[in-house]
Ligand binder design. Structure first.
Ligand code: FES
Length: 177
């Protein structure tokens, strides 16, 4: 509330007093509106940020497949003998991935950006393991889980299918955050 100005020297409010009164009203209103606008925008920004991270967090916590990725042909299985790996991109051109035909005859695929600092991982057939050479991070080739070195999270799993001698990528799973 603005403070009431006392009457001027001649019993009337002077022009100067009126200007001060108007200034105070405007300043108080400005402060109130600015504070309200700031609080509204801060609350709005926090909610938007929180909501935008929910789908990823929930998906990561419960380990479900991402919806609706295209079915993409990777390679003819005949071109990938046991002990060999093949690089491709999935689900977008910006997601490098590795299909491995392990020495034990398993077919597995993961996004190949290391979960430590994003260097590409490679299949080391001599040890039947995935290696990130940047800081010697190792992942179990059978499930993509980190087993040694700095990485703490597993590699995202690319779901694959084999049909008529061709290997297809059909989905991706984040198993936890
Ligand atoms: S980037 Fe892979 S271990 Fe550091």
């Amino acid at each position: 509330m603005s403070k009431e100005c006392p009457k001027g020297r001649h019993g009337k409010k002077s022009n100067h007093d009126m200007i001060n009164l108007m200034d105070n009203v405007d300043q108080n209103d400005d402060l109130r509106y600015n504070r309200r606008a700031f609080i509204k925008s801060a609350v709005g920004a926090s909610m938007a940020l929180g909501l935008s991270t929910v789908p990823f967090s929930v998906r990561a916590m419960i380990g479900i497949a991402e919806p609706d990725h295209d079915r993409v042909e990777i390679i003819d299985l005949a071109r990938l003998p046991e002990g060999e790996a093949f690089t491709f991109n999935y689900p977008t051109e910006n997601d490098p991935a590795l299909l491995v035909h392990t020495v034990k005859g398993e077919l597995v695929a993961y996004n190949s950006a290391c979960t430590h600092l994003m260097c590409p991982v490679f299949y080391q057939k001599e040890k039947d393991i995935l290696l990130c050479p940047c800081h010697k991070g190792y992942f179990d080739v059978s499930n993509g889980q980190p087993v040694a070195g700095p990485p703490q999270r597993e590699l995202p799993l690319i779901e694959i299918e084999v049909e008529n001698g061709k290997v297809y990528a059909v989905g991706r799973q984040y198993r936890h955050g």
